[in-house]
Ligand binder design. Structure first.
Ligand code: NAD
Length: 359
């Protein structure tokens, strides 16, 4: 029997609790089929925590997350809290939890399911076989550098500084090489080394780290070229690693290849195996409580957790295959349905995926 893994569950607001409930059903099914065991602990987070505890990230929720092997997060936010001061906004809790847990990279897979190719704005033949992961550095670079205004010769100027240390590049590069190793062993490092000094340091460091991963094929792609190639030949990428701002932009571009936000999973990782897993979408207040949200992004986030934190590749494969089979059979929630009148609800989609999980 495998060691019991502790999962901290922070479902949050809006559709968060609905989609998380389906993901937990999938984990219970994994317990039935494999020797893996999970222990769930739930905590308040986001708007609901503001209402009940006066802060978006209560100390006991944070302690619970620190005790866990992995965190499963739903989504936070909603109009009720939109006009609150910054410290009482649900999104402040998101930044706080990532910082407090030392999560320095954000991982976003972009997988095109054949049967959903038509939902994308890109031609189906270009999308064929697309299955990539963007590994984005999350805590350094221009978003976190010194920012100020000053008087220049031609009036007011604004300055944003971009700083990267060797250590920051090393740790994300190692993580990306490790992930590439579990896939098709190809890594594209994206930078702007023809112009930026931080990018030259990035490239030098990635090349040095690559010596420890001779089995992984490394290519360097300039960020402007990468933006084009993602639309021209997305299927040729496997793992892409890049700095914070480039990753912010490229991961959104890659996400759009897949067609629907209800399908996109994500992970935030720190040192070691610990990770926080969540759908890319928000709390969708417009459909919350109606039972029509798509739980697939959260269910695929569980598959990602099994791969990246626990190394349960067999269970991850089974979940991903079940999702594919349910979609291939024509079942759709409203966000991905062409004929909306045939759309099924959140629970029905979760039940179908669970039923399709056969070894
Ligand atoms: P959103 O992702 O919540 O919704 C955008 C659109 O996509 C909406 O029409 C919504 O109905 C639809 N949608 C999203 N997820 C879906 C799903 N699983 N199934 C079906 N349809 C889905 O983004 P938004 O409307 O810009 O933000 C709503 C709230 O969520 C805001 O308060 C925002 O701050 C917050 N937010 C939170 C996170 C997070 O928790 N990580 C991320 C983004 C936005």
């Amino acid at each position: 029997m495998a060691e019991t893994k502790k999962i901290a569950v922070v479902a949050g607001d809006g559709i968060g609790p609905e989609v998380v409930a389906e993901a937990i059903k999938v984990m219970h099914k994994v317990e039935e089929l494999f020797e893996y065991r999970f222990e769930f602990e739930e905590g308040l987070f986001g708007g609901i925590a503001i209402d009940e505890k006066g802060t978006p990230l209560p100390q006991d929720t944070l302690e619970m997350c620190k005790r866990a092997d992995a965190v499963l997060l739903g989504a936070v936010g909603g109009p009720k809290w939109d006009n609150n001061p910054k410290e009482l906004r649900p999104e402040t809790g998101l930044l706080g939890i990532r910082k407090a847990l030392g999560l320095f990279s954000n991982i976003r897979p972009a997988v095109v399911f054949d049967c959903l190719k038509d939902a994308s704005t890109i031609k189906p033949e270009v999308l064929e076989g697309t299955d990539l992961i963007v590994v984005r550095e999350l805590t350094g670079g221009i978003y976190f550098g010194e920012k100020f205004r000053r008087e220049g010769e031609n009036g007011q100027e604004a300055v944003d500084t971009c700083v990267y240390s060797v250590a920051e590049v090393e740790r994300i590069a190692k993580q990306a090489f490790e992930i590439a190793r579990t896939r098709s062993k190809r890594l594209a490092s994206v930078d702007k080394a023809n112009v930026l000094e931080t990018s030259r340091l990035w490239r030098e460091t990635v090349i040095r780290i690559s010596a420890d991963y001779p089995d992984v094929e490394l290519e360097h792609v300039l960020v402007d070229n990468c933006a084009m190639q993602l639309l021209r030949r997305p299927a040729s990428f496997d793992v892409i690693v890049t700095e914070n701002m480039f990753g912010d932009i490229l991961s959104d571009e890659a996400a759009m290849l897949t067609g629907s936000i209800g399908m996109l999973s994500s992970a935030s990782l720190g040192e070691g195996a610990f990770g926080l897993y969540e759908p890319v979408h928000g709390s969708a207040p417009d459909i919350a409580g109606k039972g029509i949200s798509n739980p697939i992004a959260t269910i695929l986030s569980v598959a990602l957790m099994f791969r990246l934190t626990f190394g349960y590749h067999d269970a991850a494969d089974l979940i991903e295959r079940a999702v594919k089979n349910v979609l291939d059979a024509g079942h759709r929630t409203g966000d991905i349905a062409v004929d909306k009148s045939k759309a099924i609800g959140t629970t029905a989609m979760g039940d179908l995926i669970v039923a399709a999980m056969v070894k």
